[in-house]
Design a protein around this ligand. Structure first.
Ligand code: GLU
Length: 526
């Protein structure tokens, strides 16, 4: 084997567009992306659509959207032209602005558009006696399968046509008889292959099948298509889920039969939810963006970034730790640090845990680091959806939004919390919680106090945090009120609730007009 490390690192994400991805599906893509970026190489998106019966319209768009949202930009992938040529009914709409304008040197990136190449490779294997035509009908194969089941042994094709005369086989194919092409696996000995995380893996040849490399419909199954493409696209490192380990002997034997150099294979560990439960929609397996619907219950499952208020950078950070560790204790790492540290040696063989609570905690830390204006921009879709701010805020409105959201920056863990926490800043008047109004506004002399405070503030000049504190304390003292009795009625009058940011910051941001209107309203109408 020549040294893969001396070649330009090229990795790929090769999804089958058979469903919309959730974060768990993207973890291996993230590892692939990071490995390429770590070594200044290329990350390729290849669409594995050879099983035409399982395509789900819209899935490809969701995959592309997810990659883009997470900032996992691919250097090569489906180009606009080839998408336009696609059957829209099968793939759904893929808006052209979502696609890179550059397809790449190895286009097309849709396997369904690469059939002639697979046929060519299959023909080579046939010509070299490394593959053969087989003519069993579905019923015959089913009978073989049933016989194995009855004997409680794993089903292996009986290799009836392995040594069948090639000229005769060709004749039958040319005469239009249905056939598949099967690959000749070794009959004896051990099949040994290397996994970069798990080391040497070995299978007994007798456990292996002469598997199909070209189906009756002219499409190759995954086993052949992926191997051909990984070779043709000069992939140096194949990162894929560990569920592919059982197929690995097939792949390595194919590569050997074709005389190709094997890429480095990395089988990534599976992902569990908290308490080592299966990762499911209920415990965190949600999409990055958009909404998907549970196959059984049809319940909506909302995207992390556009519905749950998770920042893509926090999601990326949390996701990379699922089955990978930088080798020290660091957890919260900005993207460039992750890229710098990412390496195969940090990938674990045992399952990783995706913990949504941890993601939310981490998101809070990322939110705290955002510049105020950026936080406001990112909160905007949530505020708009809650109809708290206009669709196109003016500069002045935007300045207000920045100040409001900044007041909650230390507290919020997700952007989705913002509307609820800041609602009273944007509504003409707050919604008063009955309990809070009873306790702090409707009781004793509170209204007299609030009324005097309003009168005093009307012409008060020092509209700053400290100035407002001074004013409130001064009027409160005049009314001989206790400490808490001074601030609570004001807070409830202004926000309708007892919790929130510091009262004087809140007043400074609300501004004189809103403060006076709310104090008066509380006195007169609450
Ligand atoms: N199309 C395969 C899948 O979606 C890809 C496996 C691979 O990465 O090779 O599971």
């Amino acid at each position: 084997m020549t040294d893969a490390a001396t070649r330009r690192v090229r990795t790929r994400y090769a999804p089958s567009p058979t469903g919309s991805p959730h974060v768990g599906n993207l973890r291996t893509a993230l590892f692939s992306y990071l490995l390429a970026k770590r070594f200044g190489g290329d990350f390729i998106l290849r669409v594995e659509d050879t099983d035409q019966t399982r395509l789900v319209p819209g899935a490809l768009n969701d995959i592309i959207q997810s990659l883009r949202t997470m900032g996992m930009m691919y250097d090569e992938g489906p180009d606009v032209l080839s998408v336009e040529k696609l059957d829209k009914e099968k793939y759904g709409d893929v808006p052209s602005e979502l696609l890179p304008t550059f397809g790449g040197d190895h286009a097309p990136y849709f396997q369904s558009q690469r059939l002639p190449r697979y046929r060519e490779v299959v023909d080579t294997l046939l010509a070299e006696g490394k593959a053969y035509y087989a003519f069993e009908t579905r019923e015959e194969l089913d009978a073989q399968r049933a016989a194995c089941e009855a004997r409680k042994i794993p089903f292996l094709y009986d290799r009836k046509y392995r040594d069948y005369d090639m000229a005769e086989a060709k004749g039958r194919v040319e005469a239009g008889e249905e056939s598949v092409v099967r690959f000749k696996m070794p009959l004896t000995g051990a099949i040994i292959a290397e996994d970069a995380v798990r080391g040497e893996l070995s299978w007994d040849a007798t456990s292996q099948d002469d598997f199909v490399i070209l189906k009756g419909d002219g499409y190759p199954p995954y086993h052949l298509a992926a191997i051909v493409d990984d070779h043709d696209m000069q992939i140096t490192h194949v990162l894929r889920g560990e569920e592919w380990i059982p197929s690995y002997p097939k792949h390595i034997e194919l590569i050997r039969a074709l005389g190709w150099e094997a890429p480095v294979f990395v089988h990534t560990p599976s992902i569990l939810g908290p308490e080592k439960k299966k990762l499911s929609k209920r415990n965190g397996a949600q999409p990055v963006t958009g909404v998907i619907f549970d196959k059984q219950t049809n319940e909506p499952i909302y995207g992390y970034v556009d519905y749950e208020g998770i920042l893509p950078e926090a999601l990326l950070n949390a996701l990379v730790l699922v089955g990978w560790s930088p080798g020290d204790d660091s957890e919260v790492m900005p993207r460039d640090e992750i890229v710098r540290k990412f390496d195969i040696s940090g990938i674990s063989a045992s399952p990783g845990v995706f913990d949504k609570d941890k993601l939310i905690w981490m998101n809070g830390l990322y939110i705290r680091e955002l510049p105020q204006a950026v936080l406001a921009q990112r909160s905007l879709p949530y505020l708009k959806r809650a109809k708290l701010v206009p669709e196109s805020p003016t500069e002045e409105e935007m300045a207000y939004i920045v100040q409001v959201v900044a007041l909650e920056q230390e507290r919020i863990k997700t952007l989705a919390e913002t509307p609820d926490l800041t609602e009273y800043f944007f509504l003409p008047l707050p919604n008063y919680l009955e309990k809070s109004a009873d306790k702090w506004i409707r009781k004793g002399t509170a209204k007299a106090y609030l009324s005097n405070l309003a009168a005093f503030l009307e012409s008060y000049s020092d509209w700053t945090h400290d100035g407002l504190e001074e004013a409130v304390r001064q009027i409160g003292a005049k009314h001989e009120r206790e400490r808490g009795d001074i601030t609570h009625p004001v807070r409830v009058a202004l926000s309708g609730r007892e919790n929130g940011p510091g009262l004087f910051e809140m007043m400074a941001v609300l501004g004189r007009e809103r403060v006076l209107a709310r104090l008066t309203h509380a006195v007169q109408n609450v």
